[in-house]
Write a protein that binds this ligand. Structure first.
Ligand code: GLA
Length: 395
C-alpha cells in the first residue's frame, strides 16, 4: 500500500533536510539511533540525452533536492522509506521484488563484491525528490546508500568508486540498461557548476552555472525499470553493429560525425536512422553547449536546449505532448530555452530564462499548460548543488 503523508507530515517534509528526516524515521522505525547518515542529489541534465550509453558527452547539474539515508549495523537487513511505508526485512540473495528496495539490495550486493558492505544493517530513506520525474531519484538513492553503507563497513570509497557501485547496482542488479551519467553527477556534483562528462574518455570538467534553473514537472510519471530506455538502447546497439560493417573499429555511435550521416541514411534500416541522427547531433550540441555556457552565452545555450528537445521529439521519439507544450510555450514567453530532461516518456522540463523575468515566464507557461490539461504543473527552481556527502547526525 503506498503511504500517503498527511498534510502535517508534508509540511514537515518541506522544512527538514532529507538526511534529518531519514534520521528521525530511523529512530521511530527501529527504536534506536543511527550511527551514520549520508545524502546524494538528484540531477537535471542540461544537454546530452541518450548519449551516455553511446560514448558521447553529457552536461548534467546536481540539484538541491536530495535523498538522505540513515543507517546502523545489524545482524540482518531491514529497510524503511518515508514515501513507501512499512519496514521490509530482506535477504540480500533472494530474488529481486521489483520494488524500490531492489536498488538498495543491488547496492549491498555490489559493495559485498568490494568487501565494503557491513554484515547487515537497518536503513531508513527519505527524499524531497519527486519519484519518476526524470530527475534521477534512483541514482540519488543508490549513491547515498553506497556512501552510508560503505561507511558502516569502515571504508571510505572515492566518489568515482561510489558512482561505479551505484551504476552496477542499477545496471547489473536491477536491470535498467542506463549509462553512467546519473550516478556520476550524484557522486561528483559541484556547487555552482554543471559537469561536462565525456563518457568514453571518462573525463569530468566543471562548467560554471550561475543563476537558477527551473524545473516544470509534466506530472506524467515514468518508471525506468526495463521499458522504453532498454528498447532504445537495443536499437542503438543494432545500429552500431550495422555501422561497423563500413566503419570497422567504430567503438561508439557518438564517434560518427555530421558528415557521416548521409552514409548512415544510405546503409541503415529506416527506423534506426533517426536514432543515430539524434546521437550524432546531440553529441555536437552538448560540446557546443559546454563552450557557450563557459562563455556566459545563455542565448545560444537556450537555442541548443530547444534544438535538443526537437531532436528528442522527432528523431529519438522520447518526448510526450505535455513536455512539447511546455517547451513551445517557454519559447513564446521569453525563456532562453527549455527541453525535456532525463530519459523521457514522462518526467520534467528544464527551463532557462533571464533572471529578471523568469518567475513571470514560468507562471505564463504554467497557465498555458493548465488551459490545455486542466491542471497546473509543479514548478520549482534550483541552483547547481554538490554531490554525495556524509551528513552529521543531529543530537
Ligand atoms: C536515464 C539513464 C541515463 C541516461 C538518460 C538519458 O536517466 O539512467 O544513464 O541514459 O536516461 O540521457
Amino acid at each position: 500500500m503506498p503511504h500517503i503523508p498527511s498534510q502535517e507530515k508534508r509540511s514537515a517534509i518541506g522544512r527538514l533536510s532529507p538526511a534529518r528526516l531519514a534520521t528521525s524515521l530511523f529512530t521511530t522505525s527501529f527504536a534506536t539511533r543511527p550511527t551514520v547518515a549520508a545524502s546524494a542529489p538528484g540531477r537535471v541534465n542540461l544537454l546530452g540525452e541518450h548519449t551516455d550509453y553511446n560514448g558521447g558527452p553529457v552536461l548534467p547539474v546536481a540539484i538541491e533536492r536530495r535523498t538522505g539515508i540513515a543507517a546502523r549495523a545489524a545482524s540482518g537487513w531491514s529497510f524503511v522509506s518515508a514515501t513507501e511505508g512499512g519496514v521490509h526485512q530482506l535477504e540480500i540473495d533472494a530474488p529481486m521484488r521489483r520494488a524500490w528496495t531492489d536498488y538498495l539490495v543491488g547496492v549491498v550486493r555490489e559493495l559485498r563484491a568490494l568487501r565494503a558492505a557491513p554484515p547487515g544493517a537497518e536503513v531508513a530513506v527519505a527524499t524531497n525528490l519527486p519519484i519518476g520525474a526524470g530527475l534521477s531519484s534512483s541514482a540519488a538513492l543508490t549513491v547515498a546508500a553506497a556512501k552510508a553503507l560503505s561507511l558502516l563497513a569502515g571504508k571510505r570509497l572515492s566518489p568515482a568508486a561510489l558512482a561505479e557501485v551505484a551504476f552496477r547496482a542499477e545496471y547489473h542488479q536491477v536491470g535498467v540498461r542506463c549509462g553512467r551519467m546519473d550516478q556520476t553527477i550524484a557522486a561528483h556534483g559541484q556547487r555552482g557548476s554543471a559537469l561536462l562528462f565525456e563518457t568514453a574518455a571518462g573525463t569530468l570538467q566543471a562548467v560554471p552555472l550561475p543563476g537558477r534553473l527551473w524545473i516544470l514537472e509534466t506530472g506524467v510519471s515514468h518508471r525506468l525499470t526495463g521499458g522504453a530506455l532498454n528498447d532504445r538502447r537495443r536499437e542503438c546497439e543494432e545500429a552500431l553493429a550495422f555501422c561497423r560493417e563500413w566503419r570497422p573499429g567504430l567503438a561508439y555511435l557518438s564517434q560518427l560525425t555530421l558528415d557521416d550521416l548521409p552514409e548512415v541514411e544510405r546503409r541503415l534500416a529506416p527506423p534506426l536512422v533517426p536514432r543515430v541522427r539524434h546521437v550524432v547531433t546531440e553529441t555536437a550540441r552538448t560540446r557546443k553547449a559546454a563552450q557557450v555556457l563557459a562563455a556566459g552565452d545563455l542565448v545560444t545555450l537556450g537555442q541548443l536546449l530547444v534544438q535538443g528537445h526537437e531532436s528528442l521529439r522527432v528523431d529519438y521519439q522520447s518526448t510526450i505532448p505535455e513536455a512539447d507544450l511546455l517547451v513551445a510555450s517557454a519559447r513564446e514567453h521569453g525563456a532562453y530555452g527549455a527541453r525535456l530532461t532525463g530519459a523521457g516518456w514522462g518526467g520534467a522540463v528544464v527551463l532557462l530564462a533571464p533572471p529578471e523575468r523568469e518567475a513571470r515566464t514560468v507562471a505564463e507557461v504554467g497557465s498555458d499548460f493548465q488551459k490545455r490539461y486542466g491542471r497546473m504543473p509543479a514548478t520549482w527552481s534550483t541552483r547547481a548543488s554538490r554531490g554525495v556527502r556524509r551528513e552529521t547526525l543531529a543530537d
